[in-house]
Design a protein around this ligand. Structure first.
Ligand code: F6P
Length: 413
């Protein structure tokens, strides 16, 4: 046995704490460690109180009843974590905002004989934070509110937390993490902590349980071999979207990430409709390669009317940049940024779906593969199959699955 450890998450709401806690929990579990997450928010939602625990006022520092209840929730989770660790548990993760020194001191005092590691999550990326707030506003606990009111209420809740927020400073073992970039910004470790090297690895490594990478269904432009544009799905494309919906009906997909283009949204819609609940998040980072002056043309027309484009692109497709447009090489940064958003927003759920385009999906898949750049623009990206990608320290699987077949092959989805 390696020893026991208490990991204490710290940070304002929507900064990626629970995602990080789940990532740590899941990876340690795969290593054979007996780990459990104690989440205050989940307990609050489960507790049957007379209070409206969703309202922003519940979180006001001036609301003594709210404060009491939140401290009570924290105490229950601490006691459960103590119990878990006194028995066979090895790592307890206390997942809550824990924004005050006083709250952290109390957690520390509750485990006098065990080491604690405080993990503070920051996210300096405004856009990702905004997208996360949007996602949160759509959650079940806000279902009774309109999107705008939910967002307003959540922002107010954050402001209350901000007003009492004391970042980590006196705690003996503390790590400051950028949860969007998945990197460690600062670490101060005084004690010898069990699992510490592993924890560092987990924080900075990307683990993909199930990424379903789908290309949109057939479009009018596809039929004519035209590139770019924003055309609609054909009847066949709509059938493909419906077949995907049927195929994934028994696989839980909480969020579908798409581009801003109609064809990916039209493909995602029927899939989302078969799920409960499922939101569609359109990311501009996943828009298809912009072909500049060639947008809307067929490959044949380009060869005839702009032979210099065809001639230059042919031998150097990855590096070639369309006049007034993009190339694979110039898409790299934005697509990687889109992926960071996906992992930040997906709350470390085991299933992620992206509905993208031919070139974008090639870039996405290549970020997990070690392929020569000249091979990337030729990665096979059909419309009647999707890629099922699984990556963890023990396996790397890229499987092309026809979606008329039954999902669940291999189990564990
Ligand atoms: O034809 C569909 C499409 O998604 C176009 O919009 C895009 O320009 C093209 O595929 C990308 O593929 P390639 O780089 O092979 O031309």
């Amino acid at each position: 046995m390696k020893g026991k450890l208490v990991i204490v998450m710290v940070g304002l709401p929507a900064r990626g704490k629970s995602t990080m806690a789940r990532k740590l929990g899941r990876a340690l579990e795969l290593d054979g460690v007996r780990v459990r997450i104690f989440n205050n928010g989940e307990l609050r939602r489960k507790l049957d109180t007379n209070e409206n625990t969703t309202s922003s006022e519940f979180f006001s520092p001036a609301n003594t009843r709210g404060q009491e209840l939140r401290e009570q929730i924290s105490r229950i989770n601490i006691e459960e974590a103590q119990c878990f660790l006194q028995n066979s548990g090895e790592v307890a993760i206390i997942d809550a905002s824990n924004v005050t020194r006083e709250r952290r001191r109390r957690i520390d005092a509750a485990f006098p004989d065990l080491p604690l590691c405080f993990v503070e999550c920051l996210n300096a990326d405004e856009e990702a934070l905004e997208a996360n707030l949007e996602r949160k506003a759509g959650l079940k606990e806000f279902r009774h509110l309109t999107r705008e009111t939910a967002l307003e209420s959540f922002l107010k809740r954050i402001a209350y937390y901000e007003s009492i927020y004391e970042p980590l400073d006196v705690e003996a073992n503390r790590i400051l993490v950028d949860s969007f970039e998945s990197c460690i910004l600062l670490e101060q470790i005084t004690d010898v902590l069990p699992y510490y090297d592993r924890i560092r690895d987990i924080i900075t490594t990307r683990v993909v349980r199930n990424l379903f990478l789908v290309r949109h269904g057939e479009t009018l432009y596809n039929l004519e071999d035209r590139i770019g544009g924003d055309s609609n799905l054909t009847d066949k494309g709509r059938d493909q979207a419906n077949a995907l919906a049927e195929h994934f009906a028994t696989v839980r997909i909480p969020i579908i990430f798409t581009s801003n283009y109609t064809r990916t949204l039209q493909t995602a819609k029927p899939i989302a409709e078969r799920q409960d609940p499922c939101s569609i998040i359109a990311l501009p980072e996943f828009n298809e390669i912009h072909a500049g002056i060639c947008e809307g043309m067929t490959y044949q027309e380009i060869r005839q009317r702009m032979p210099y484009v065809a001639k230059a692109r042919g031998p150097n497709k990855y590096r070639y940049v369309y006049p007034e447009g993009e190339g694979y090489t110039t898409m790299e940064d934005r697509v990687h940024r889109g992926l960071k958003k996906v992992f930040f927003l997906n709350n470390y759920d085991e299933n992620i779906m992206i509905v993208g385009h031919r070139a974008v999906n090639r870039m996405i898949i290549s970020s997990f593969l070690s392929r020569q750049e000249e091979e990337i623009p030729y990665i096979y990206m059909p419309q009647d199959r999707y890629y099922h990608i699984q990556i963890d320290p023990h396996k790397r699987i890229f499987e092309l699955v026809p979606y008329k077949s039954t999902p669940g092959v291999g189990g564990g989805w």
